[in-house]
Ligand binder design. Structure first.
Ligand code: HEM
Length: 494
């Protein structure tokens, strides 16, 4: 007990010392600093995207803002100048090539594309996995998507859980779609929220004090994170690795390729031996564990983002009768022309649906900000001031996409912003729901296809009960708990 008190005392002392040294970190460097108290008080009022938006709007003359965590930890620059964003994401990628998420080597599932810090390792794995999302592979995966969409439509007809918690039902639907199409997880990811995979995803995505603490320590105090061997995914590490191992084992036994998906891509890579990147010379053996980690982030990122986008699409359509009617006309017309059976190649015919999705992704980006870590001392083009190695960078996607300079009347839901005439006028880097540059979302094309395909089928069978949705306090990344009052209602079409 005494030793615990001693350790606690030393920790507080060190933090205090650290705070005294760091509290004016940005001021000393001539950067506009949002002081810690202001930042914390704004933060309490909303979700993190809204906090960044408040800062962004409050000081319009600043190209970027310096922020510090509690006790002056994690010097961070919040960018607003598009020239700097362009440099960080593309032209100066060498100095900003990772997200800077700290991990412990013992946590197998954290060795995934999103979390990998080592540039060479990330590049090699990403390069090799890209074929998962070629048109030919996606075309094959779509037969499994179609089955899941029909299951969902049946569930809504029978009202299986959809009225009680529509968002949870969407999560289960997205889980089953991604699980089945990418990994052939037909048995453990069926279309209901009590399937083992869906329960896992729901548990991981639901907020808890433990998760907040882990995130806080990992962001502010990476050394402590490593020292205490903290982890993000807890008991699911072994569980999920075993699921993917058994899928791989089953597929290895089959003599011919029966499905073109992530698993078939993975087996092909494994068969060809050690992977090598000819430009860096980096070599890696693609083990089942590394594969499970990639599958895991595909599942987690995919499911949450897809359900968030579907959720807000329904809420906005329920609020905008004219837009909903116009969309129904397009969907009915395409279905009629295709004899009620749309295929992968018909998806591009849903032009208006595409505009609606672009607008949902603008107004409610599921990932409201993206981060980068500075990997070598450099400068930013707007001021030419020095940015030191290990500085964290935040690109406030949500704030940019709601900036009236780029999107007049930003709170209005207006798909016409993305029609053929207006879309080319959108200023580059003011709109990037999937990120931009080398590290942009690897599943972007797949996500857009899945969304269009499933929305088209669902809205061929159902319409939405009219209701006004006027979000005041919501969190697009965690609709789960923050805004449960916002419920859409699907009603069968006559
Ligand atoms: C509407 C759906 C989706 C949205 C809005 C979205 C958005 C994003 C964003 C903003 C990033 C960060 C990009 C950056 O840092 O520059 C990202 C990364 C990523 N996304 Fe998505 N995503 C979606 C769906 C998916 C799906 C379906 C998958 C997998 C099948 C996926 C897999 C990933 C992975 C693996 C990364 C990390 C890429 C890397 O660091 O190399 N996402 N996504």
């Amino acid at each position: 007990m005494l030793s615990m008190i001693f350790v606690f005392f030393i920790a507080v002392l060190l933090m205090f010392k650290y705070y005294r040294r760091n509290k004016n970190y940005w001021k000393k460097r001539g950067v506009f600093q949002v002081d810690i108290a202001t930042f914390q008080s704004i933060k309490k009022n909303g979700f993190i995207g809204e906090t960044y938006k408040d800062i962004y709007e409050k000081y319009p003359e600043e190209p970027y803002f310096g922020i510090l965590g509690i006790f002056g930890s994690s010097p961070t620059l919040l960018l607003r100048d598009l020239r700097d964003i362009h440099a960080v994401l593309e032209t100066n990628f060498d100095c900003f090539n990772c997200h800077g998420i700290v991990t412990n080597p013992s946590e197998v599932l954290a060795d995934n594309l999103l979390f990998i810090k080592d540039y060479r390792r990330w590049k090699l794995i990403r390069q090799k996995l890209l074929p998962t999302f070629t048109n030919a592979q996606m075309r094959d995966m779509f037969q499994y998507v179609e089955k899941r969409v029909h299951d969902f439509i049946d569930n809504v007809h029978e009202n299986k859980g959809i009225k009680e918690n529509p968002f949870k039902a969407l999560n289960a639907f997205s889980g089953s779609v991604v699980g089945a199409s990418l990994f052939g997880l037909d048995d453990v990811s069926h279309n209901s929220d009590d399937s083992p995979i869906n329960s896992m995803i729901w548990d991981i995505l639901s907020p808890s004090y433990r998760k907040e603490l882990v995130m806080y320590v990992s962001y502010g105090y990476p050394k402590l994170f490593r020292l205490f061997n903290l982890n993000y995914f807890h008991r699911y590490n072994e569980y999920f690795v075993n699921i993917i191992k058994s899928v791989l084992k089953r597929r290895r036994r089959q003599e011919t390729i029966i499905r073109q998906d992530f698993i078939s891509t993975a087996l092909e890579i494994q068969k060809s031996g050690i992977m090598k990147d000819s430009s860096t010379g980096y070599e890696l053996k693609l083990t089942d564990e590394i594969l499970a980690a990639q599958a895991f982030i595909f599942l987690l990122g995919g499911v949450n983002n897809l359900s968030v986008v579907t959720h807000f699409t329904f809420l906005e359509l329920a609020s905008n009768k004219n837009i909903l009617e116009k969309l129904h006309e397009e969907i009915d017309s395409v279905f009629r022309k295709c004899n009620e059976k749309i295929t992968f190649d018909d998806i591009e015919k849903f032009v208006y649906l595409d505009m609606i999705l672009c607008e949902v992704l603008r107004k409610y980006p599921p990932i409201p900000s993206i981060g980068r870590n500075c990997t070598a001392d450099t400068t930013l083009p707007s001021t030419q001031k020095r940015v030191s190695k290990d500085t964290k960078i935040i690109i406030p996607i949500y704030a940019l996409q709601r900036d009236k300079t780029y999107f007049p009347e930003p709170d209005k839901f207006d798909p016409e912003r993305f029609n053929n005439e207006n879309k080319p006028k959108i200023v580059k880097y003011s709109y990037m729901p999937f990120g931009q540059g080398n590290r942009k979302c690897i599943g972007m094309k797949f996500a857009r296809l899945l969304l269009k395909f499933s929305l088209a089928w669902i809205l061929r069978s159902f319409t939405l009960k009219e209701q006004k949705y006027d979000p005041k306090n919501f969190d697009p990344s965690l609709v789960v708990l923050k805004d449960v009052s916002a419920r859409f209602e699907l009603i069968p079409r006559k």
